[in-house]
Design a binder for this molecule. Structure first.
Ligand code: SF4
Length: 326
C-alpha cells in the first residue's frame, strides 16, 4: 500500500529495526513493486556550470564559495545533443541536464525547450534540474516533452538553514509541487554526510513520503568532500557509516515503495559490497558515466563489471513501469 501519512515515530521505528529485519522488509516491498535484478541508468550533464547565486554550503558551484569551479554560460544545444548521443551509446536510459541557477531566465527557455525536444528525439528520457520554476516555465518544459524534473530538498526542514540561507525548504517544496501539478515527474531526494543528525535523514525521507504524491525518483547522495565550501565542520570529521547509508536507502524503499531510489553522488567512495547492499535495500537506479555535475563517478566498465557480478541488468523503462504497476 502506498501511504502518505507516515509519522516520524513510525519512520524511526522502521529505521531502528535489526539490520536483517530491515533488509527483509525493504527487499519484500522492492520485489512487490520492481524487478529486483533490474537497474535504471541515467547520465548527467552540466549545461551551465558554476557562478550560482545560491549559497548551498555543500556545493562547488555556488558563487559564494572559492572552490576553483569556473563559471560558464549555458552551453549550446548541439553540444548537449552530442553528449546525449554518447550517453545513449554507453547504455544510459535517461539524460539529465543540470544548470547552476537559482531559477532559469525566461530568455533561456527557448534553448532549454530545444534541448528537451532534441534529447527526446534520440529516444532518451529527459530530466532537467534548473532551480526554482514558475508555473509558466513548468508548462513550457512540459510542452517540450520534459519527462522528469530534479529538485532535491537535500535535508530535513530542521537542518535546512544550516546548509542554505538564500532560500528555504518551503521554496523547494513549492517548486516540487508546481512540477507535479504541471504533469512532469518529480525527482527529489537528499544528501547524507553534511553534518546532519540521523534524525534529519529520517525527517528528510518523511518529508518526501508525506507529500501529496511520492516523488517518482528519490536520489540518495553521499556528500563528496569539496575544498572551499563551508559545509559544517562536523561533516568533515565524520564519514557516513556505510550501514547508516544502507538503512536510509531501505527506509526510502519502505516509505515510498513504488518510487525509484537512485544511488547518486558519492559512489566513487563506496565499495562494491556497499553498493550491493544498497541494491538489496531497494536502490534501483544509478548514474552512469565518468562525471556527474562537477564530481567523479565510477568508470563505465566498473559499473558493468559490478552489475554482471551481481547478475543484474539494465531495465528498459517500459519493463520497469509494467512491473511497478502490477
Ligand atoms: S546546489 Fe544548485 S542551487 Fe545550490 S549552489 Fe549548487 S548549483 Fe546552486
Amino acid at each position: 500500500m502506498i501511504r502518505s501519512d507516515w509519522t516520524m515515530a513510525e519512520a524511526r521505528a522502521i529505521h531502528a529495526l535489526p539490520f536483517a529485519d530491515l533488509m527483509h522488509r525493504a527487499q519484500t516491498l522492492h520485489r512487490a513493486h520492481f524487478d529486483p535484478n533490474a537497474i535504471e541508468t541515467a547520465s548527467l550533464l552540466s549545461i551551465k556550470t558554476g557562478g550560482c547565486p545560491e549559497d548551498c554550503s555543500y556545493c562547488s558551484q555556488s558563487a559564494h564559495h572559492e572552490t576553483g569551479v569556473k563559471a560558464t554560460k549555458l552551453i549550446g544545444t548541439d553540444e548537449v545533443l552530442a553528449a546525449a548521443r554518447r550517453a545513449k551509446a554507453s547504455g544510459a536510459q535517461r539524460f539529465c541536464m543540470g544548470a547552476a541557477w537559482r531559477s532559469p531566465k525566461d530568455r533561456d527557455m527557448d534553448k532549454l525547450c530545444d534541448m528537451v525536444r532534441g534529447v527526446s528525439e534520440l529516444g532518451l528520457e529527459t530530466c532537467m534540474t534548473l532551480g526554482m520554476l514558475s508555473p509558466e516555465q513548468v508548462a513550457r518544459l512540459k510542452a517540450a516533452g520534459l519527462d522528469f524534473y530534479n529538485h532535491n530538498i537535500d535535508t530535513s526542514p530542521e537542518y535546512y538553514a544550516q546548509i542554505a540561507t538564500t532560500r528555504t525548504i518551503e521554496d523547494r517544496l513549492d517548486t516540487v509541487e508546481q512540477v507535479r501539478k504541471g504533469g512532469i515527474k518529480v525527482c527529489c531526494g537528499g544528501i547524507l554526510g553534511m553534518g546532519e543528525a540521523e534524525e534529519d535523514r529520517i525527517a528528510m525521507l518523511v518529508t518526501l513520503a508525506t507529500l501529496p504524491a511520492h516523488p517518482d525518483s528519490v536520489p540518495v547522495n553521499l556528500w563528496n568532500e569539496i575544498e572551499g565550501v563551508p559545509v559544517p565542520v562536523q561533516a568533515r570529521a565524520q564519514a557516513v557509516d556505510p550501514f547508516a547509508l544502507v538503512r536510509i536507502v531501505a527506509l526510502a524503499r519502505i516509505l515510498m515503495p513504488a518510487s525509484v531510489v537512485r544511488l547518486s553522488a558519492g559512489r566513487t567512495g563506496m565499495s562494491d559490497e556497499l553498493q550491493a547492499l544498497c541494491f538489496l535495500a531497494g536502490a534501483n537506479s544509478i548514474f552512469v558515466g565518468d562525471q556527474l555535475l562537477t564530481t567523479g563517478n565510477p568508470a563505465a566498465w566498473k559499473d558493468q563489471d559490478l552489475l554482471t557480478r551481481l547478475g543484474m541488468h539494465v531495465a528498459p523503462a517500459q519493463v520497469r513501469a509494467r512491473v511497478a504497476a502490477e
